[in-house]
Design a protein. Structure first.
Length: 351
């Protein structure tokens, strides 16, 4: 997070889905501020109890509830200043089997969060999205794309609203719950080969700390309906697996198991249509909401010639990390360093 200590001083913050990886990270960082209260809204009381004992700070309060239930959100958001909306169904295969569950959580649940925040007078809501929302081919990505539309439509329909609703979009968050790096480590510790669906598959990589910084950036800079993207390099899944093998000094091999349900060979963080109206802010892209109204003559009579000048911001076409760079990035993760230390590997000399 940025060093603006006064931004959260005396404020109340709600994190939906706060027992997840992102929620843990942002809670730890907020507790270094003079924040008045952090509210964790989730439906898993076991994870809440574990987090309660791990953090042991009276400023953190836990609300058992589900964003699918409006009254759950309304209760948790009362008197809150800022909302981090992280609650979601994120696993591609499970959303393929149960697409309506993805709709109920990612779309309708997000609408509950935005509506409750508006009625409670929240200053700012930042909704967490994914690169899978760009040209989506699976239910998870489609539901996240609709979540973005729900967030952006709030500003279009409430131009004078006091609550600012924005989105952030990022690629693979390294070492988040359910991600591939913890799986690789479990396989290496068990003496197994590393399973990769397709070694040529590319993905954007981001640390949990970077994902929190992106949300922080949105809180500081968002206008109504903005979408923020952090620029990133990509890597192949084959290089990621090989980097893990080298770091852990393993003799494991990469075993190709084939593409899972609805996986794409590459992911895009931004489409060329979005980049045509984007603002380059250095490390970030700011994509303003398409604020044209329902006067359909505009769509028929006026087009956008600029779109043809742009290409998608895609993991196959952006700058790709070398194997050495992937190793260096992995070593920035505290969890990877801890695993290497427990295995007796001197990671200072690993790269």
């Amino acid at each position: 997070m940025s060093n603006n200590q006064n931004h959260y001083e005396g404020k109340r913050v709600l994190i939906t889905g706060g027992t997840g990886s992102f929620g843990h990270t942002v809670t730890d960082q907020l507790l270094t501020r003079d924040v008045a209260e952090i509210r964790i809204l989730s439906r898993d009381e076991a994870k809440q109890d574990l987090m309660r004992h791990e953090i042991a700070d009276p400023r953190v309060r836990f609300y058992v509830g589900d964003i699918r239930d409006y009254l759950s959100v309304e209760r948790a958001v009362r008197d809150v200043d800022y909302v981090f909306h992280a609650a979601a169904l994120k696993q591609v295969p499970s959303c393929e089997f149960f697409p309506m569950e993805a709709v109920r959580t990612n779309v309708l649940g997000s609408e509950n969060v935005v509506r409750a925040a508006d009625r409670a007078g929240v200053k700012s809501v930042v909704c967490l999205s994914t690169d899978k929302a760009v040209y989506p081919v699976n239910a998870m990505g489609m539901s996240k794309a609709m979540m973005e539309k729900v967030a952006q439509s709030y500003g279009l329909n409430n131009p004078n609203a006091e609550t600012t609703v924005s989105c952030v979009r990022y690629g693979n968050v390294m070492y988040s719950r359910g991600s591939v790096i913890p799986l690789f480590i479990r396989q290496l510790k068990a003496g197994k080969n590393l399973t990769v669906t397709n070694p040529d598959m590319t993905r954007f990589m981001m640390s949990l700390a970077d994902s929190v910084d992106l949300v922080e950036y949105a809180f500081h800079h968002a206008l109504q309906g903005d979408l923020f993207i952090r620029k990133a390099k990509s890597c192949t899944m084959g290089d990621l697996a090989q980097a893990m093998i080298l770091l852990f000094e393993s003799s494991a091999r990469v075993e190709v198991i084939g593409t899972r349900h609805a996986e794409k060979l590459s992911e895009a963080l931004a489409s060329r249509e979005e980049l045509a109206r984007a603002q380059d802010m250095g490390d970030y892209f700011r994509i303003h909401a398409d604020n044209r109204d329902l006067n359909y003559s505009i769509y028929v009579e006026q087009g956008d010639l600029a779109q043809a000048q742009y290409e998608d911001y895609d993991s196959h076409t952006v700058s790709r990390m070398s194997l050495r760079e992937v190793q260096a990035l992995l070593l920035t993760l505290p969890e990877v360093r801890a695993e290497l230390a427990s295995a007796g590997i001197r990671f200072e000399q690993a790269v």
